[in-house]
Ligand binder design. Structure first.
Ligand code: NDP
Length: 440
């Protein structure tokens, strides 16, 4: 598709130096002007909506309809955080002998390390609040999907951003990413990716007491009680796990069904799974494309090598491409590997439970805590279960996870810190307390 120059440690240092040099100028831009530039960036991206969607669909192999939605979210994210520069509010606090108040200062140069599953969208969740708060950026996209990030860097200049405020670096995580993590001039790392790499980033950042936010893996539960609207739950379940070919940290890959409804639910689930349209990402009708790489297909396939009962599978094209048909499995116990590890591919495990307490126990029986759903017509139970589940984002009678306007992030080993929502700029600023003596 394209040839991209591979960055190394020296180019990482050069990108950090460029971001550091641009920092004083960017901090000095007035809040209103910074807001106007972010709005202009949103307009510039909007004018290239289709071009960017096509680039993302081709680079990541994702359905074009999904790619359009993702670029739409990028635009929405920049529009939302265009309001932030003028709302970085502080407190005034009563003290003796003068006035004390707080201000929010930018952190400095911020390193963003992002994955290949929602390339520009996940980058925008970090870029928009970080820029709004007055930081300069070095963004390292995943090597597999750098193209929209590179185009984005061009668009920032077109929108009027000064040179050096946004720097995009395409190189391997273990060299360029690691250098960003260790670099003394980088104040913070915002990372989305695997729990394993997230853990190594947290350890590496400790050396320079770098701020870190981590959005990591998930093994989210979709809990279906027998009193739920089973048809609605079954109709919504496939795309909640097979969307983006299952390569989604919020994938509801454990479907917990109250035992008395198990047979009916599986019956209702079969048709929507079998009729899922898997195919050419650029075909308008496609709902699910191939997996990102040969390695990912092998990793996903390894889950089926275990002694697993397959309930039913959808279809996938033959021939070139890392195709994997959507698959529903029935693990014998909650200890099966498919119930414990993040698959990051189109495999859903359905398992029965008996009663509310067991549903909660099974949902929480994981190292992760990112997302999840509860389906029931009993409102009080929905709220009880929602409060009992150790997860960052939950929906009741729906499978939504991410909104620009609400906080997103994980409990437990799904990470720490929250992105999006009204408070995302907190993660890109330091609080400074100033006391002004008025006596003596
Ligand atoms: P990684 O966590 O390896 O990659 C995410 C990002 O981190 C990429 O930009 C990668 O760079 C970079 N990176 C890799 N190693 C380091 C390092 N030592 N220091 C700094 N940065 C680094 O995810 P993978 O792409 O390998 O996917 C593996 C699994 O991770 C998936 O199967 C899935 O389970 C999970 N995952 C979860 C995601 C989520 O949204 N929570 C997203 C992606 C993956 P590069 O790839 O260019 O080398």
């Amino acid at each position: 598709m394209a040839t991209v120059e591979r960055a190394d440690v020296a180019s990482t240092d050069a990108a950090v130096a460029a971001a550091k040099a641009a920092l004083p100028g960017w901090k000095a831009v007035s809040p209103g002007d910074r807001a106007a530039l972010i709005r202009s960036l949103a307009d510039t991206i909007e004018a290239r909506h289709e071009e960017l969607a096509l680039l993302e669909a081709r680079n990541a192999g994702k359905a074009i309809g999904d790619a359009r939605g993702e670029i739409g979210m990028v635009i929405e994210t920049f529009r939302y955080y265009a309001g932030a520069p003028e709302r970085l509010l502080g407190d005034t606090i009563p003290v003796a002998g003068g006035q004390a108040f707080t201000v929010r200062e930018p952190l400095g140069v911020v390193g963003l390390i992002t994955p290949w599953n929602f390339p520009l969208t996940i980058a925008s969740w970090k870029l928009a609040p970080a820029l709004a708060a007055g930081n300069t950026i070095v963004l390292k996209p995943a090597e597999l999907t750098p193209l929209t990030a590179l185009r984005f860097a061009e668009l920032t200049l077109e929108a009027g951003f000064p040179e050096g405020v946004v720097n995009v670096l395409v190189g391997p995580g273990r060299t360029c990413g690691q250098r960003l993590v260790e670099h003394p001039d980088v104040a913070k790392i915002a990372f989305t990716g695997s729990t394993e790499v997230g853990s190594s980033i947290a350890a590496g950042a400790a050396g320079t007491i770098k701020r870190v936010t981590l959005e990591l893996g998930g093994k989210s539960a979709n809990i279906v009680f027998a009193d739920a609207d089973l048809e609605a739950a079954a109709a919504a379940a496939p795309l909640a796990v097979f969307g983006n070919a299952g390569q989604d940290c919020c994938a509801r890959s454990r479907i917990l069904v109250e035992r008395s409804a198990m047979e009916e639910f599986l019956g209702l689930l079969e048709q929507p799974v079998k009729s899922l349209k898997v195919g050419d990402p650029l075909d308008e009708a496609t709902q699910m494309g191939p997996l990102i790489s040969a390695a990912q297909r092998e990793a996903v396939g390894s889950f089926l090598a275990d002694d697993l009962e397959i309930a039913f599978r959808g279809s996938a094209p033959e021939g070139p491409g890392f195709w994997f048909a959507p698959t529903v499995v029935l693990p014998r116990s909650a200890d099966a590997r498919v119930m414990r590890e993040e698959v990051f591919g189109p495999i859903a495990a359905v398992i029965p439970f008996d009663g509310e307490a067991e549903a909660i126990r099974l949902a929480n029986d994981t190292i992760y805590g990112l997302s999840g759903s509860i389906w029931t017509r009993d409102g009080a139970r929905a709220l009880r279960v929602a409060r009992a589940i150790e997860t960052g984002v939950l929906s009741i009678n729906a499978n939504t996870s991410v909104r620009v306007t609400t906080p997103f992030g994980g409990f437990k080993q799904s990470g720490y810190g929250r992105e999006l929502g009204p408070h995302a700029t907190d993660a890109y600023t330091e609080v400074k307390t100033i006391f002004y003596a008025t006596e003596g």
